[in-house]
Write a protein that binds this ligand. Sequence first.
Ligand code: FAD
Ligand code: SF4
Ligand code: SF4
Length: 481
Amino acid sequence: MSSKMLKFVSTEKAMPEKRKAGKRIADFNEIYDEFDVFEAEAQASRCSQCGVPFCQVNCPLHNNIPDWLMLTAEGRMQEAYELSSQTNNFPEICGRICPQDRLCEGSCVIEKGFESVTIGAVEKHITETAFAEGWVKPAAPRVERVESIGIIGAGPAGLAAAEMLRHRGYQVHVYDRYDRIGGLLMYGIPGFKLEKSIVERRGQLLRDGGVQFHLGVDIGGATTFADIRAKHDAILIATGVYKARDIAAPGSGLNGIVPALDYLTVSNRKSLGDKVDAFESGALNAEGKSVVVIGGGDTAMDCVRTAIRQKAKSVSCLYRRDRANMPGSQREVENAEEEGVVFKWLSAPQAFLGNGKVRAVQAQRIHLGQPDATGRQVPEVIDDSSHELPADMVIKALGFDPEDLPAMFGEKGLQVTRWGTLKIDWRTMMTNLDGVFAAGDIVRGASLVVWGVRDGRDAAEAIDQWITATADAPLAAVAGR
Ligand code: FAD
Ligand code: SF4
Ligand code: SF4
């Protein structure tokens, strides 16, 4: 083994410098700086090069983490980049926003008493170095193929598939109802976790590699699914999940109670320089307001931190379980607390009070009872625990369900699961419609970017196999559709 490794005894775990809370809440820029070359080498050298690397096993992309850590520690950055980009289309994005504490780093097994290797930040450093050095190149297929693939949805799943299929020479057309690519990377996740220039840079690379984007096209609206299907040899549906879950409590229709994604989309558009009426009018702007966010996942964390940056008077987060049982990343809770968010653990809304417009949330305290069939303790209301929390704005962040795709696409026969997600054969990634594949959140339900990338890659492989098996003349000059 390289003498550069196994330095976890002498070198402590470090994250890249985090901007002080007082400074970072003044803008929407990322809160972590980047490692410089010395810090990246030092942190990578802490890896003990496990024989069975659990970090790799528990990375959804099975990234070859020990090898690219060793190459980084040895200063062989171009090789580290070549290796890391073989399994991940967007390592600089995953390095920033994967919940590493639940995936690779959470599984790192440096000896007891020592903290995990800082894998995500090194992954980001490798690809940022590659961009700076000009090593990241657009797809340049050796052979152009005649077959064309239509991808519906330009989120991480659709984009990863697009890149893989272009590498193989397919004519790739990506359709999205938004005006920009990226899906939730662009309009859901705020800039303080992922700056939008990072997503735009990937978009440009895909365009330079020959992927054709058709933006502002809502499939199921003026353009039907049948139109798209008739134009392409295979279709990938990667439309994500967007139907916000609601709260069934009295007063939930009052003005000032808003869905999380509407709120975040407006804020992201504002940061991108768009003119947004709902922001200017104050409807989706937290400035000067007492804000209560309901939910305990990543979306809720993004809302509370956005409201702080919009200069809300106060921001609290209401969640019915406790800190240990929340679905959001613990690192994000810490960041939110540092920025001034108050968490009301074990609290749930009972009613919303106001006259036309919300003025308070009536909340109840909860205690966690016996575990149910899933093993999670059931939240139970504590008697006589009602209390009021003043609120001029309430943001509902309770998760998302799929839209009714069979109805939207006019394809009643398209099979869905009982949760409304698309049913696929996981071996072929194909739906029950011949040549129609699916990937990402629309198959898994609300998930993670890294799983979207994984599914997009798997779908591209499956589409290639299906086309190769069914095509008469697989290789030919571009016919130009
Ligand atoms: P999406 O990213 O949702 O992309 C789907 C695309 O399809 C969209 O661009 C949409 O416009 C388009 N589309 C939908 N319907 C149509 C149609 N009919 N016609 C044309 N286009 C259509 N994951 C993490 O790993 N880390 C995080 O920190 C994180 N934070 C999150 C924060 C928020 C607020 C949210 C909501 C999610 C977060 N996630 C995070 C989850 C992650 O963003 C998603 O799992 C991931 O983006 C799913 O990728 P996707 O490609 O399947 O779908
Ligand atoms: Fe970790 Fe995500 Fe990178 Fe995998 S893709 S190594 S889980 S940060
Ligand atoms: Fe290195 Fe940790 Fe992975 Fe082991 S589990 S190979 S120490 S990063």
